[in-house]
Design a protein around this ligand. Structure first.
Ligand SMILES: Cc1ncc(COP(=O)(O)O)c(C=O)c1O
Length: 430
């Protein structure tokens, strides 16, 4: 930690299993032909089922375009054509009751940058954000790194009780308890961060719950950040975007995030989009974009991609949905054969699975021990502790991968689980 600031030391001291897993994979990546003994990564969520389709579209001549403005300094909020196209796209796919305004859009290099910059402009150092757990815990890195925003967890668990109608149910009572916890710890809670569809649970929040959350936030004057990065990968379930609401309880404090990383399998392109009606937030985010901009040519590619509705509607979406469904079926069927229950299948990119009966002990040490055994077998799946889950034994597995990778994953799981304990745990999972 020598020569680092307090902030720098804090950033490196945080363990990040997702980053570690990606590092192990990148050093020795599994490849069916060239490296069949390599590391299989089912822990990081990437959509890899549509690469051939994307390659064909992204290498067409209309992508390879340059004019001098794309090589020059451009509008910091994002190039005009992309912001206009993003506004049209989100109006349609989020079913906004009115056309969305391109002036309310900020483009940055990924949703991680949006979360990082947004927390810096709407919260003060030391403030807290409320979030139900398990959650995508890198959000705490994004919001904490520069801005010093700290998480206040609202722990959800799998037991079905009077107050918990289904496993990991979010209720207003639990959010109220979270506010109280923040108060007791002396943390000023100023934001509520929700991912919808939820990551890692895969749950899609029903309309009434989003409404209740927005009203809850409005009562406490909290900013609400709705991260809807997986919204177009939802299968067989009605999805409600916050942008579809006619009357938001507090539009000035409601902020929507989406990007191309997941739904379009392009995390390498680095495109994240913020929509907010708060002009002050738009102005300050434009300034912050100095540090988080996407290159002009990349923005042009994203514009061309989003405006090709014919291809998206007739080629990409139907093929992608079918492939996501097939790969989910492969993994879930294999898990069921291993007697591993999963919950919520509406997100086509990952499942939340119950490995509790395979833990050597019902503790987080037991969870890490099982994870280490998977790692020794060169398989990465992500343990619940990474998502701040309050119960040991849950893991997230990515389903949006080619079939042969999922088959290798299942073989490795079988090999590891056959050697360990199999306890008789009654699961409440549906
Ligand atoms: C809920 C959520 N938000 C944000 C991100 C980061 O997205 P990006 O690649 O756009 O930075 C991820 C990535 O896994 C995610 O799961």
């Amino acid at each position: 930690m020598e020569n680092l600031s307090v902030r720098g030391a804090k950033i490196v001291s945080q363990t990040d299993l997702l980053e570690q897993a990606l590092g192990m994979f990148l050093q020795d990546p599994y490849d069916q032909q060239c490296n069949p003994q390599g590391f299989v990564n089912v822990g990081v969520t990437e959509n890899k089922v549509c690469f051939d389709l994307l390659k064909e579209r992204l290498t067409r001549p209309d992508m390879n375009y340059l004019d001098s403005s794309l090589l020059g300094y451009n509008n910091l909020a994002g190039i005009r054509s992309l912001r206009e196209e993003a506004a049209r796209f989100l109006t349609d796919y989020c079913r906004s009751p009115v056309p969305l305004n391109p002036n309310n859009i900020i483009i940055m290099n990924g949703c991680s940058s949006i979360l990082c910059a947004l927390s810096a402009v709407i919260c003060n150092p030391g403030d807290g954000f409320l979030t139900p757990t398990p959650y995508y815990s890198r959000i705490a890195l994004y919001t904490g790194a520069y801005s010093g925003l700290q998480p206040v967890y609202v722990p959800l668990n799998s037991q079905v009780t009077e107050n918990n109608g289904h496993p990991f149910e979010l209720t207003m009572q639990k959010l109220e308890e979270g506010m109280e916890k923040g108060k007791q710890k002396g943390i000023r809670v100023t934001a509520l961060i929700l991912t919808n569809p939820q990551n890692p649970l895969g749950e899609v929040y029903p309309l009434h719950l989003i409404k209740e959350c927005l009203e809850f936030a409005s009562r406490y004057k909290l900013h609400v950040i709705l991260d809807e990065i997986y919204m177009l990968s939802v299968m067989d379930t009605e999805f409600t975007s916050v942008l579809s609401f006619h009357d938001l309880p507090d539009p000035e404090r409601t902020h929507f995030i989406w990007g191309l990383s997941k739904d379009f399998g392009m995390n390498g392109l680095r495109i994240g989009i913020l929509y907010t009606e708060n002009k002050h937030v738009v102005n300050s985010m434009s300034r912050m974009a100095t540090f988080h901009q996407c290159s002009g040519p990349t923005q042009h590619m994203a514009y061309q991609f989003l405006q090709d509705r014919d291809w998206l509607e007739n080629v990409f979406f139907p093929t992608n949905k079918e492939l996501l469904r097939n790969s989910q079926t492969t993994l879930v069927t294999g898990l069921e054969e291993l007697r591993i229950p999963v919950i919520h299948r509406s997100t086509g990119m990952y499942v939340w699975a119950d490995f509790r009966k395979f833990l050597p002990s019902q503790t987080f040490e037991g969870e890490m021990e099982l994870w280490q055994r998977f790692i020794s077998e060169k398989l990465c799946i992500t343990p619940g502790k990474t998502f701040e889950c309050c119960e040991p034994g849950w893991f997230r597995l990515t389903t949006s991968l080619p079939d042969h990778i999922l088959q290798v994953c299942l073989e490795k799981l079988k090999k590891v689980l056959q050697c360990g304990p199999q306890l008789n745990i009654t699961s409440n999972s549906k």
